[in-house]
Design a protein around this ligand. Structure first.
Ligand code: GDP
Length: 472
């Protein structure tokens, strides 16, 4: 279906062309290079594989079932500002010093690991907030296994809480709620659970399946139990990785240190990273000269679900970049250089996201099944009314999903979510903030603003029927 879209022909025609080559294919199947070339020729197109040979040079070792071992879950903490994300992360870090660690000053390196008294390990991404989470996802990195959403029991579900929920749901990552600040006079955890129920999120106490626990990030009350629930939830995901191969993982953050050069925090996801390994990370490469945990202790190796900061890369890769280990330093360097070149060449043609104008055409081509919409409005009433009307536009061919809705201006975080989830943004009597507008332009995200409900619904209907006249 991707190549059908590129050539602007019906997906059935591609399937037919493959059949005449003796291949039975489905719409979502990936074709090999040779088939793509032949099929494209049938329709008078010539295929050029840009940069493919660069990425093909990265060969990931295959795992057989017996190589796989259980690994620790990787957690991100999200929630509304001041509800206690940082306090919770700090408390967990201080209370769970890994046995045998000398208690050096804990440095912020963007991620850390803890070992509980039971011996179980958890890795935390210490970049709280859904923006960082979704920015990484927009770059294709799905690192988090599970999200803890912190809600202050003396406050309530706030706009950023709802955003965090939408972002976690859009990523398909399970949520555990931490209902915080229960030590505060007047805190009312039941009210939070009731509000969650109002959003169709039923926690266990309310007969639902979603885990939640009442905690105080100040006194530490309930945090052990919260982590137990997190581990229980993680167990159901049956997380596994092969520790016995060249390491693969994701960059969490990187910076230039005056004395030590480029310091990159990476999260090892598969295999084991060792000092002396040759690493490729995004457009950078180098030999791992030294490796540290968040306490600044030197390490020789790091296995799956272990965050480490490494020295030795020739630059600062970006958060969300994948890293791979190579046997040959030159090869890693070559790929890094080629990636930089390609990026310079391609910077003019950025990846294009879906727009309302394009929807009708994509539906007609038969490769578009779900329309994701982020909906922002000035008052709750109009947001609800539009949600209803938009959802009613769903047809047998296409499902309309409101992946996030809320009251208020269109923010940077909305744009990131749209980019990570292939969504368009609809604003009703609200506009994008300056920053949001700038990022939307960069990322080519379609933002539509309306002040008449009827117009918004009409545009959507026309777009889905392929009748929308292009926006001037
Ligand atoms: P963040 O913005 O979500 O990272 O929130 P912080 O962790 O910075 O917390 C905001 C404020 O709430 C700080 O002043 C914390 O000391 C306070 N705070 C966080 N958790 C608790 C708690 O469980 N009880 C009380 N009493 N205060 C808390």
């Amino acid at each position: 279906s991707e190549i059908a879209t590129m050539m602007n022909i019906q997906v059935n025609q591609i399937i037919g062309a493959c059949m005449s080559l003796g291949m039975m294919v489905t719409m979502n199947q990936r074709l090999d290079a040779e088939t793509l070339t032949i099929v494209a020729e049938e329709f008078d197109y010539k295929v050029e594989f840009v940069g493919a040979e660069v990425e093909d040079a990265i060969v990931e070792e295959e795992d057989s079932a017996e190589d796989l071992e259980g690994r620790a879950p990787i957690i991100t903490v999200m929630g509304h500002v001041d509800h206690g994300k940082t306090s919770l992360l700090d408390y967990i870090r201080k209370a769970n010093v890994i046995a045998g660690e000398s208690g050096g000053i804990t440095q912020h390196i963007g991620a850390y690991g803890v070992q509980l008294e039971s011996g179980e390990r958890i890795a935390f991404l210490d970049t709280p907030g859904h923006e960082a989470f979704t920015a990484m996802r927009a770059r294709g990195a799905q690192v988090t296994d599970l999200v803890i959403i912190v809600v202050a029991a003396d406050d309530g579900l706030m706009p950023q809480t709802k955003e965090a929920i939408s972002h976690a749901q859009a990523a398909g990552v399970p949520i555990v709620f931490a209902i915080n600040k229960i030590d505060v006079q007047g805190a009312n955890p039941d009210k939070i659970k009731e509000q969650l129920a109002g959003m169709d999120l039923l926690v266990e106490d309310w007969g639902g399946k979603i885990q939640s626990h009442d905690i105080s990030a100040k006194t530490g009350q309930g945090i052990d139990e919260l982590l137990e629930k997190v581990l229980l939830e993680a167990e159901m995901l049956d997380l596994k990785a092969n520790p016995e191969k060249r390491a693969i993982g994701t960059v969490v953050e990187a910076y230039l240190d005056k004395g030590r050069g480029y310091v990159s925090t990476i999260l090892v996801q598969e295999g084991t990273l060792k000092v002396g390994d040759y690493v490729l990370a995004g457009k950078n490469s180098g030999k791992v000269k030294a490796m540290f945990n968040e306490r600044g202790n030197a390490m020789d190796g790091a296995g799956p679900s272990t965050p480490v900061s490494i020295l030795g890369l020739d630059g600062a890769p970006q958060a969300g970049d994948r890293f791979h280990v190579f046997e040959d330093e030159k090869e890693a360097k070559q790929i890094a250089t080629k990636r930089s070149q390609l990026q310079r060449e391609q910077s003019v043609r950025t990846q294009k996201h879906i727009t309302l104008d394009e929807i009708g055409r994509r539906i007609a081509l038969g490769d578009f099944k779900e329309l994701n919409i982020i909906l922002k409005g000035d008052v709750d009433g109009s947001v609800e009314a539009l949600t209803d009307s938009f959802q009613k536009q769903s047809t047998e061919e296409i499902q309309v999903n409101i992946i996030h809705k809320g009251v208020g201006a269109i923010t940077e975080s909305d744009v990131l979510l749209a980019s990570a989830s292939e969504a368009i943004i609809v604003g009703f009597n609200v506009r994008p903030s300056g920053n949001a507008r700038m990022i939307a332009d960069q990322e080519e995200i379609d933002i539509r603003t309306y002040s008449i409900i009827y117009d918004a619904i009409n545009d959507l209907r026309d777009a889905m029927e392929g009748m929308l006249s292009p926006e001037m």
